[in-house]
Each structure stands twice: as structure tokens, then as C-alpha cells.
Design a protein around this ligand. Structure first.
Ligand code: FAQ
Length: 324
């Protein structure tokens, strides 16, 4: 195991800070062995680990439908998508590890309920149309938020995002196609699709985080070029992407006040229910307890795999020593 980088970086000093500032100002990338301010490291660990946890917990709402997908083809696609999310989690855990936190520490924080993951994954998936709504709205919001992260100043994070965004783009289209198929089906299927859109629309807008004037991390993360757009800017961009697509689908976005204000070049929306958002963040969303319990159970049930892998590594190392 490599030594945690936090133990080998030199202490903050003016010269190192100036070199870091230059790299940020010139839009270059900060790499794991570069000096970086402790607060930059901490912010990245926070954001990347939260993002990784979101991908891993985010497997559950759709995993719920793998065994009940309406056809073999749908099942194969859904299984591949859920596996992609697992892969995203792994790239992101690896990116966070380059900052000096271990995978075990991150897992421990998650299963102990001390880590955040995206609010969106604390909602239930009672119908097949939810697979369409998740792909279209949740992956759609993820793309809007994550394409700018491909240019994040921290190299391993930005590079991980490139592949993740390509895959999310496929996910978004498969969700759109599920909804389109349902909307061209029977009245009951159309109703099911609209009901799923009604339930996922507002939580998907909350994925972008609190409004700009209530976002404590935005100013510093923007100065460090981790964030390239504000929470509200990205939310607006997302709505602009959804409106024409909703027309093609024939679904109604569940906001009677939604309209474009030409003079202000922005979408006017009803007020987002920020009380609901804060309740979910506080662990009191509809599915928070279930999601965490499932993650804990999966971790415990996987203990034998970790033990077997450690034993295998121990034997391999002993064999190498014998040969030497
Ligand atoms: N849920 O000051 P800000 C996906 C927290 S992946 C929970 O604005 P920041 C793929 C925030 O952490 C989805 N917590 O924070 C997929 C902070 O708390 P802290 C995940 C939230 O970091 C699809 C506090 O509120 N994507 O969907 C949320 O500048 C389908 C104050 O907020 C990412 O993680 C929230 N929605 O901006 C998988 C993208 N929003 O730590 C499976 C990377 C805010 O100070 C199936 N992350 N908070 O205690 C980001 O871009 C940013 O971290 C934001 C928040 C934009 C999420």
C-alpha cells in the first residue's frame, strides 16, 4: 500500500502556494504529487467521495428493477447501466485515494452514516416507468452537472469524469427511450410515464444543490476551478434541455409556473421545496434508512471476499519471498 500523500507533502509555504496559484490561474491541472493547500485537498476529498458514494448508492433504485424488467433486452440494458454506475464509483474512489484518503475510510464514513451522497437516491422506484424517469431526468441532471467537471482543476477527477460523462450520456438516452416507448403505448402506460416524471422532476432539480445564495462551498470551489458554473446556472441549463425533450415525449413537466422570461434570459419556475431537500439531507427522506441498511448489509456480506483476497495476496507475497 502506498503511503498516504498527506504525510509526504511539504508544509504550506509562500513559494508552494504561489506555484499552486499559477497552475490554477493558467488553467493547468493539479496532479496528486503537486503541493496543494490543505483546504483544497479537503474540499476535493469531500466532493469526490460524495460523488463516489452517490454512484454506489445510486445502483439501488434501478437494481430494484433488474429482476422485473419487462423483456430480456430491457433487463440486459438495465444490468449494464447499473454496472456502469458501479464502475463510476470505483473510478471516483480511486481519484479520491490519490488525495490520501483510503477506500476503507470512505466506506466506513458511508456505512456509519457520516458521509453524504446525492439526495436523489433516497426516493423509491415503484414502477417500471421510474427506470425511464431516472435515465432521462437523473442521468440528464448528472450530465449537466458533470460535463463542466471534466475541466475540474484536479487532474484525476477531471479525467475520470470524461469517461463517466460518455456513459451517462448513453444512460440518459436509454431513459428517454423507455419513456418514449411508454408514451406511445396504452393510456395506462402513458399515465405511468407521466406519474414517474411527476415524482422525479423536482428531486432532479434539487440534485444541483442549494440556491447560489445558500451554497457555502461554491465561492471557494469556483475560485479553485473545481466548479465552473454555479448550482443555479446549471439548474437553469438543465431546465432548458428538458423543455424541448418533454415536448417530443409528450409529457408535462409538473410546474404550472414554468416559463421562459426573454428579457431576463432565464426560466421562471415555482419555488423548489427546499424543506424537503434539507429533510432528505438530514437522513429523513423516504428511502434513506433502506439505502444505508442495504449498503451496510452488502458490506458485511462481502467480508468473506475481502478476507479471501487478503489471504490470496498474503500467499502470493510469501511465494515471491520464497523464490527470492
Ligand atoms: N444531495 O455548498 P454546496 C449521478 C450538500 S451522480 C446531497 O452547494 P457543493 C449518477 C453539499 O455536499 C450524482 N447533498 O456544495 C447516477 C454540501 O454539504 P457539505 C452525484 C447535497 O459541493 C445516475 C451542502 O449540501 N453527483 O447522479 C446535494 O459546492 C443514475 C451545501 O451545498 C455529484 O456528486 C445533493 N443533491 O455543490 C448514478 C457531482 N447538493 O459537504 C446512478 C459532484 C448539495 O458541505 C443512477 N458534486 N449537497 O456538508 C458536485 O458537483 C457538488 O458537490 C454539488 C454540490 C453540486 C452536488
Amino acid at each position: 500500500m502506498t503511503a498516504p500523500l498527506r504525510d509526504i507533502v511539504p508544509p504550506d509555504d509562500a513559494e508552494a502556494q504561489a506555484a499552486f496559484d499559477d497552475l490554477i490561474a493558467s488553467d493547468s491541472r493539479i496532479e496528486p504529487r503537486d503541493w496543494m493547500p490543505a483546504a483544497y485537498r479537503k474540499t476535493l476529498i469531500r466532493q469526490i467521495s460524495q460523488h463516489a458514494h452517490s454512484e454506489i448508492i445510486g445502483m439501488q433504485p434501478e437494481g430494484n428493477w433488474i429482476s422485473r424488467a419487462p423483456s430480456l433486452k430491457r433487463k440486459a440494458i438495465l444490468m449494464a447501466k447499473v454496472q456502469d454506475e458501479a464502475g463510476h464509483g470505483l473510478y471516483l474512489y480511486s481519484a479520491a485515494q490519490t488525495l490520501g484518503i483510503t477506500r476503507d475510510e470512505m466506506t466506513e464514513q458511508l456505512i456509519a452514516g457520516r458521509a453524504r451522497y446525492s439526495s436523489i437516491f433516497n426516493y423509491p422506484t415503484p414502477s417500471w416507468a421510474d427506470m425511464g424517469a431516472i435515465g432521462w431526468l437523473v442521468d440528464g441532471a448528472a450530465i449537466c452537472n458533470q460535463v463542466p467537471l471534466c475541466r475540474a482543476s484536479y487532474g484525476p477527477y477531471g479525467r475520470a469524469m470524461v469517461r463517466i460523462c460518455k456513459e451517462e450520456s448513453f444512460h440518459q438516452r436509454q431513459g428517454f427511450e423507455i419513456l418514449l416507448t411508454l408514451m406511445q403505448g396504452t393510456p395506462a402506460q402513458r399515465e405511468m410515464a407521466q406519474d414517474a416524471v411527476n415524482r422525479w422532476y423536482w428531486p432532479s432539480l434539487m440534485m444541483f444543490g442549494p440556491p447560489d445564495d445558500a451554497s457555502p462551498n461554491s465561492a471557494q470551489s469556483t475560485a479553485w476551478k473545481i466548479k465552473r458554473f454555479s448550482n443555479d446556472e446549471l439548474r437553469q441549463r438543465f431546465i432548458g434541455m428538458l423543455v424541448p425533450q418533454a415536448e417530443v415525449l409528450g409529457v408535462t413537466l409538473p410546474d404550472p409556473e414554468l416559463r421562459w422570461i426573454e428579457e431576463e434570459q432565464r426560466w421562471h419556475t415555482s419555488e423548489i421545496d427546499w424543506t424537503e431537500f434539507h429533510e432528505v439531507l438530514a437522513g429523513r427522506g423516504p428511502m434513506n434508512a433502506v439505502r444505508l441498511q442495504n449498503r451496510r448489509d452488502a458490506h458485511e456480506n462481502g467480508a468473506w471476499v475481502r478476507e479471501a483476497a487478503a489471504e490470496y495476496a498474503r500467499k502470493q507475497a510469501a511465494r515471491v519471498r520464497e523464490v527470492a
